[in-house]
Write a protein that binds this ligand. Structure first.
Ligand code: FAD
Ligand code: FES
Ligand code: FES
Length: 480
């Protein structure tokens, strides 16, 4: 049975297919055609909806791409769509501002823009804030594409909405009664939410439940944010016999600061990690701003990025450079493996059936240590890397004591550049050292040419990034 609140109305049904996308359910089952389909791949933002979750502080909303998120995601949550937040004569500030600034042209992308703006408004403007910064607006709208290039009036609308009279959408969500925050009701038994045709979807709420499920169904597909696996459903029409959604297990969705180490649960989303890494790893947090869009960062998890084993995932090279430990758990017990030994080949990892990635442990950096990351892609927002570059250095009195370069997009897996790292280690922290080390890049990496970049470009840009890293660190005095 799935129970959720749609635009202020509670819906409870055993007929809802938990593996149906939210977009398909909304448009075809309940005629909610205010939510549009553009790409069905998480790229364009036309399908953006707001999903609210009851917390001790009230309902917390985030945007997501309804085209690649499953109905299982809405269970016990509050879903808002454009027609739910306002209607003619009673428009939400995001809608009113869009009208006032002539921000809508074709109207196809408009509902998605409205939801991204309304979510920003709800999180930033409701309580105290009057003005929104350009950065806040650009980040919120980074996953919404307008093919008419009407961005300027849309950004104007986002600025203007902050000045309009306050509307709190949580009042709309709770119109038909408030579901008070009760941790016990969040911990439902893991009854399968059956697929209509007999396939199974489970949503465990504890690790013990997850392990019991993995014992019964060791080949089940794990589903975290669904931003990779969701595409298998919408683009390749895959049907999985058994899906286990892992993202409601509190231990996996939490992070912990233990003083000199940071523990990041596998289901920590990119948006969560942006905040949690900001202090200890600012360059990593900066990189996270470049991953996908706000909607994708609200859904996608660190664990999914690692376990997916894509050669072009953005965070694995960083975890390799930081010499992170990956904690794996499952039916055969818990083990830790260094990130550097996790990948066995293209899309292959050391994880066995019945296992799951539990979390990531990284040592915080001391005053002598630095992390530098660069992402090279054709677009700034919402684009996959051609090259991902991460460099860890420990420099003592002008000598590089330790160095680890790791790159994505340069081999079949995220990979440490052993020779380049060795060429830096034990050497003086000078441009000369970095230039000599850059000559080792071709020995470490033999990238392919594809739609994102040629092999030659990838090699050249990685060499350039190595010297750029020196220039930036030298200027900042971080590694002197
Ligand atoms: C529009 C768009 C833009 C994107 N942009 C970027 C980008 O800029 N950079 C980037 O790196 N990626 C990007 N991605 C890819 C994707 O968002 C990331 O790889 C994300 O981290 C996947 O996490 P997820 O939680 O959504 O994984 P899911 O899709 O849920 O799972 C991915 C894989 O990992 C497995 N898995 C998930 N969690 C676990 C676990 N705890 N234990 C074991 N196995 C697990 C699943 O079974 C599946 O095989 C983008 C995707 C889209 C659709
Ligand atoms: S339809 Fe394009 S992001 Fe969902
Ligand atoms: S106004 Fe819809 S694509 Fe530009």
């Amino acid at each position: 049975m799935i129970r959720f609140n749609l635009n202020g109305r509670w819906i409870e049904s055993t007929d809802i297919d938990p593996a149906c996308t939210i977009l398909k359910y909304l448009r075809t089952e309940v005629g909610q055609t205010d939510v549009k389909e553009g790409c069905a791949a998480g790229d364009c933002g036309a399908c953006t909806v707001m999903l609210g979750e009851m917390t001790e502080q009230g309902i917390e909303y985030r945007t997501l791409n309804a085209c690649i998120a499953l109905m299982a995601n809405v269970h016990n949550r509050y879903l808002l769509t454009p027609s739910g937040i306002g209607r003619a004569g009673d428009l939400h500030p995001a809608q009113q501002a869009m009208v006032d600034t002539h921000g809508s042209q074709c109207g196809f992308c408009t509902p998605g823009f409205i939801m991204s703006m309304a979510n920003l408004y709800q999180n930033a403007c409701i309580n105290e804030k009057q003005a929104l910064t350009d950065d806040e607006i650009h980040a919120a709208l980074s996953g919404n594409l307008c093919r008419c290039t009407g961005y300027r009036p849309i950004v104007d609308a986002a600025k203007k909405m902050a000045e309009l009279p306050k509307v709190d959408v949580s009042k709309i969500s709770t119109r038909a009664g408030v579901q008070t925050f009760d941790p016990d009701t969040q911990t439902l038994s893991p009854q399968p939410l059956q697929y209509k045709d007999g396939h199974r979807l489970f949503m465990p709420y504890t690790e013990a439940q997850l392990k019991a499920l993995l014992k019964a169904y060791p080949d089940a597909r794990l589903w975290a944010g669904g931003t990779d696996i969701g595409l298998e459903v919408t683009q390749r029409f895959s049907q999985f016999d058994t899906i286990i959604c892992v993202n409601r297990i509190p231990e996996l969705a939490a992070s912990q600061d233990t003083g000199n180490q940071l523990w990041l649960g596998a289901c920590v989303t990119f948006s969560q990690a942006e905040n949690e890494l900001a202090e200890s790893f600012p360059s990593f947090a900066q990189l996270l701003h470049r991953i996908g869009s706000r909607q994708i960062r609200n859904m996608g998890t660190l664990g999914g990025n690692i376990a997916n084993a894509s050669p072009i995932g953005d965070t694995p090279p960083v975890f390799l450079a930081l010499d992170a430990m990956l904690e794996i758990d499952g039916i055969n017990g818990r083990r830790e493996v260094p990130a550097n030994t996790f990948y066995l080949g293209y899309k292959k990892t050391v994880m066995q059936p019945g296992e799951y990635l539990r979390g990531i442990r990284v040592n915080k950096l001391s005053a002598e240590e630095t992390l530098t990351t660069f992402k090279i892609s054709k677009r700034y927002d919402d684009d996959i890397s051609a090259v991902m570059f991460a460099l860890y250095l420990k420099v003592n009195n002008g000598t590089i004591d330790s160095a680890r370069l790791a790159c994505g997009g340069m081999a079949a897996t995220p990979l440490i550049g052993e020779k380049t790292s060795a060429a830096l280690t034990g050497k003086p922290f000078t441009m000369e050292t970095f230039k000599q080390a850059a000559d080792c890049i071709e020995q470490d990496y033999q990238p392919i040419s594809d739609v994102r970049a040629t092999d030659k470009y990838r090699i050249q840009v990685t060499k350039n990034l190595l010297t750029k890293a020196f220039i930036e660190l030298n200027q900042k005095g971080d590694a002197a």
